[in-house]
Design a protein around this ligand. Structure first.
Ligand code: OSB
Ligand code: MG
Length: 368
């Protein structure tokens, strides 16, 4: 396999409803898609999950474009490789910039799966025919609005409801949800909005039987989370703090995390995601697949990854229609009764709708 052409597309898609986290509100999703072609003309797609602003981590769609154009594409273009695992080896001279790396690596995995006549899920070694999913709900203006949203998603069948929390939108919100929905699987995601000094407040959440609390403390921390985990009964799940297998190993060894949220972009691609998965499987750490408000292409990669056996907790890959009026793949990702049927066709398993992509595209450039 040899990548001979790469096109970067920059898109802007309007979210059906604004999505608010402790670090900011998204009304649109500005992001990059990467279309790669190999010498035989097979096309593969990857998505950059970097946001417009460096809120979640330090990457942005512009830094991703820069890294891809000036470093990553030149490292890969016209190099003969046997397997997508070699892409991360080629990228080793470049520090971090994981979301940029993952964008290109994901397209190579798609091409590899097609060339070997497998679905992306099969190429990764995944076996599930359907995956269980939950949904992540942003911070709302008032609790009544949140309760009615939760009610709707529970009726749609989502297997777990995640709510975003931040100081001032936490204990009372979770208490109301637990009282209103005694048997629903809830979890809370703080996106680093607390400090160790907030331990008393975080301890109060133990009363509500949450399946986990996601990334309560600083986005680069694994020490204070270990201290916090000794104080709270609710399992801590790390998101932002885990960028690699090495990070996962250290966090697990320190007792900073009992569950890991794997996001392909945050860890630099599917090869590293699979390594973290395998490590966690061997160490009894359940994993689940996080979301970054992706379009259908990123969503398809998430679905494929989630077919690996240690993805035993529902992920954040909700249906396309939860985010978009019209997604860029056919068929769109559909959730029925909390499950997504894993596509069986080769590659990412969904047809990329180039006309829809063109309608959302603000800028594009081809590299040969
Ligand atoms: O922390 O998981 C997160 C959205 C934007 C940035 C960070 C996160 C999220 C979500 C939504 O929780 C996941 C999704 O629905 O794609
Ligand atoms: Mg998170």
């Amino acid at each position: 396999m040899k990548i001979t052409e790469v096109t970067i597309h920059q898109l802007k898609m309007k979210l059906k409803d604004p999505f608010t986290t402790s670090f900011g509100t998204f009304e649109h999703r500005d992001f990059l898609l990467l279309e790669a072609k190999d010498e035989s003309g097979v096309t593969g797609w990857g998505e950059s999950v970097a946001f417009h602003s460096p809120w979640y981590n330090e990457e942005t769609l512009q830094t991703n474009w820069h890294m891809l154009e000036d470093f990553l594409i030149p490292l890969l273009l016209n190099k003969a490789i046997q397997h997508p695992d070699e892409v991360s080896t080629l990228f080793e001279p470049i520090r971090k910039n994981n979301m940029a790396k993952s964008t290109l690596e994901g397209a190579v995995w798609d091409i590899y799966a097609q060339l070997t006549n497998q679905s992306l899920a099969q190429a990764l070694g995944g076996t599930k025919e359907r995956i269980e999913v939950g949904i992540s709900i942003g911070i709302q203006n008032d609790i009544a609005t949140l309760v009615s949203l939760v009610d709707g998603y529970v009726k749609e069948g989502y297997k777990r409801i995640k709510v975003k929390i931040k100081p001032g939108w936490d204990v009372e919100v979770i208490r109301t949800l637990r009282e209103t929905f005694p048997t629903v699987a809830f979890m809370a995601d703080a996106n680093s909005a607390y400090r160790l000094e907030d331990v008393a407040l975080l301890k109060q959440l133990d009363a509500f039987d949450l399946t986990m609390i996601e990334q309560p403390l600083a986005s680069d921390d694994i020490i204070d989370h270990a201290t916090l985990q000794k104080e709270v009964a609710t399992p801590i799940c790390l998101d932002e703090s885990i960028h690699s297998l090495e990070d996962a190993r250290k966090a697990v060894a320190l007792g900073s995390t009992k569950i890991i949220n794997i996001k392909i972009g945050r860890v630099g691609g599917l090869t590293e995601a699979k390594k973290i998965h395998d490590y966690c499987l061997a160490h009894n750490i359940p994993v689940w697949c996080g979301g970054m408000l992706e379009s259908g292409i990123g969503r398809a990669h998430n679905v494929a990854l989630t077919t690996l056996p240690n993805f035993i907790m529902p992920g954040d890959t909700a249906s396309s229609s939860r985010y978009w009026e019209k997604d860029i793949i056919d068929p769109e990702v559909v959730v029925v009764d909390g499950y997504i049927d894993v596509p069986k066709t080769t590659g990412i398993g969904y047809t990329v709708n180039k006309a829809t992509i063109a309608a959302y595209t603000e800028k594009k450039k081809t590299y040969r």
